[in-house]
Design a protein around this ligand. Structure first.
Ligand code: JFZ
Length: 473
């Protein structure tokens, strides 16, 4: 490093990746599930015959419901059909290896019986601790649980936003030196202190109550009031980690003292993995900067919570989601599919169908998704490749018309040596593949053609070829 480093008190606490057992396990998940569930599931994007086109979990701000009406919805929250074991079983069948659950979204409603507010599940007709039921059921299925927690809380009198640090104007003012103060009055600033203790109490409560959970998934940390409190947030993070060894926290928790989010002023990742990929994927390995990362994805365009009307946008198919999963894995990331159960506790039939579709594919092809990383092959037109040890998995999404998958193998570092495909098989049915010479280009790269048998070619879903390379002279 010849670049001069900026001395930061609250930047990243580490250069490079975390390499303890908990983080290594995280890195191997491949596929996960997100669940957005709260009182917003009751209106499901509709009120008095009107439908919002905005995200259903933001319904309180839709203008279609008064704040008073919204803040009383919890009195009707009674999801009698909720069955945590059923959800966990379905997630398992889909192939998810971790699950992120909204313990508290921006509206402030707590899905666990928090001691620090009355706005919780304990004061609904349902009464039971939903977070506990989910942590227990998913953990029993061998699926690791992460708790989503919004640091935006519209229900708390001390909560204050101050605006979004991502807005160029606010960021510029914040960074223009001096002691930028996002608060308008002293009283507001004092009340924010109450909000900070409340937030800290709730987080310590979650970590205490649910020791089986593996990490916290933060949201809302773009508020400039939160950013301004970078030192306090940093200390809180250390406190949470000390209480729960191995705790995993993504880059959406805190910023450095200069207001940089995700990566600090020196370009180092803040906390454990890059959380920037919200409904988006990196295109290349270079884009990921070598960080750990995951991508969280909605099934419709931008609906996380339950929205009754899915005709408002394109709805992704299992094929779309499988392609994104394998693409993420080929770029060293995990892929997370979001579900938004309804107000009665049902997972909608569309989502159940999608989970089944993804699960059927995962049943056959999970080897190409779990515990893999980017492969030594360069990206090629037929699809994406992943690797685990010596095994390279080619997942073919674009099947060539001639039923031959042309594979470009890497060039040897040693002159006079070349890579050959020593073995190739279709992992469905463990059928050995015929490999033919695919020629050589003027740059000295070698190609091999893997012949797709009719049995495989006739199928409609993407298929996986597992190959092993060998260097020969
Ligand atoms: C946030 C929430 O507002 C939303 O309701 C949902 O819970 C989602 C998972 O997170 O939305 C975001 C968060 C980050 C970005 C955009 C929307 N972002 O980084 O561009």
């Amino acid at each position: 490093r010849n670049k001069e480093r900026i001395a930061l008190k609250h930047g990243a606490h580490r250069e490079g990746k975390r390499n303890d057992a908990a983080m290594q396990k995280w890195r191997e998940y491949g596929l996960g599930q997100f669940i957005h569930w709260g009182v917003y599931a009751i209106p499901g994007g509709q009120w008095n015959g009107k439908t919002t086109t905005y995200a259903a979990e933001w319904f309180r701000t839709s203008g279609l419901i008064t704040h008073e009406e919204y803040d009383n919805l919890y009195k009707q929250f009674n999801p009698v059909n909720f069955d945590a074991k059923e959800w966990a079983k379905q997630a398992k069948e889909m192939g998810a290896r971790y699950m992120i659950f909204t313990t508290k979204h921006h509206d402030g409603f707590c899905m666990w019986p928090s001691k620090y507010t009355d706005y919780t599940i304990a004061n609904t007709p349902y009464k039971k601790d939903i977070v506990k039921e989910l942590v227990d059921a998913y953990t029993a299925e061998g699926i690791d649980v992460y708790l989503y927690f919004s640091i935006i809380d519209w229900s708390h009198p001390g909560y204050y936003s101050g605006g979004n640090i991502n807005s160029p104007k606010i960021k510029e003012t914040f960074q223009s030196g001096g002691d930028y103060n996002p608060f308008e009055t002293e009283e507001q600033e004092e009340r924010y202190e109450d909000f900070k203790s409340f937030t800290r109490n709730q987080l310590l409560e979650l970590v205490d109550n649910y020791p089986a959970m593996k990490g916290l998934w933060f949201d809302g940390s773009w508020d400039v009031a939160w950013v301004k409190n970078a030192a306090w947030v940093d200390t809180l993070g250390m406190e949470l980690r000390a209480k729960h060894p191995g705790l995993i926290i993504g880059s959406r928790f805190r910023s450095d003292e200069l207001g940089n989010r995700h990566v600090d002023a020196n370009g180092d990742l803040i906390d454990d993995y890059d959380q920037r990929y919200e409904r988006s994927l990196p295109s290349t390995l270079e884009d990921t900067k070598g960080f750990d990362w995951d991508c969280v994805m909605t099934i419709p365009e931008n609906q996380w919570g339950y929205h009754r009307d899915w005709s408002l946008s394109y709805v992704k198919t299992p094929y779309d989601l499988i392609e994104m999963t394998v693409k993420a894995n080929s770029l060293n990331g995990n892929f997370v599919i979001n579900f938004g159960p309804d107000g009665e506790g049902n997972i909608r039939t569309e989502e159940t169908k999608i989970a089944k579709g993804v699960g059927e594919w995962m049943d056959v092809n999970r080897e190409a998704v779990y515990g893999v990383h980017n492969s030594v092959l360069e990206k090629q037109d037929w699809g994406y490749s992943t690797q685990k040890g010596e095994s390279i998995y080619l997942t073919v999404f674009n099947k060539p018309m001639n039923d031959r998958v042309r594979v470009k193998v890497p060039r040897s570092k040693t002159k006079d040596m070349i890579f050959v495909i020593e073995h190739a098989e279709f992992i469905s049915g463990k059928q050995e593949a015929i490999v033919a010479d695919g020629g050589r280009d003027k740059y000295g790269s070698y190609y091999y053609d893997i012949v797709i048998p009719r049995k495989v070619s006739n199928k409609k879903e993407p298929f996986v070829i597992k190959i092993k390379l060998k260097e020969v002279d």
